[in-house]
Design a protein around this ligand. Structure first.
Ligand SMILES: [Zn+2]
Length: 95
């Protein structure tokens, strides 16, 4: 079961404990590095091109559950309708 990847408007949430912020991500990637060596032979990577990248597993730092994350909306994503933190009525209440 692949790990759902967060997007610009979603984030991970541990389905067991509700953790939103701390995860260990096991990631495998295939990259091309431009290695520039100086005259002394000391290498430094000046450019990195990612050819492929895969998230293999995500472990919750709080409860150690593996691959038990779900995607939830980020706060502020979706409606860009002001940002007051008050829960006052939600509109459709008459029937
Ligand atoms: Zn957790």
């Amino acid at each position: 079961m692949p790990v759902p990847l967060p997007t610009a408007t979603t984030r991970w949430r541990c389905t067991l404990c509700g953790n939103l912020t701390r995860f260990d991500v096991t990631r495998s990637s295939r990259v091309v590095e431009y290695v520039h060596l100086d005259l002394g032979g000391e290498p430094s990577v000046e450019e990195t091109e990612v050819l492929a990248e895969t998230v293999e597993s995500v472990r919750c730092r709080w409860c150690n559950a593996v691959d038990r994350v779900e995607l939830v909306d980020r706060p502020g994503a979706g409606d860009g309708n002001g940002s007051t933190e008050s829960a006052s009525g939600s509109g459709s209440a008459s029937g």
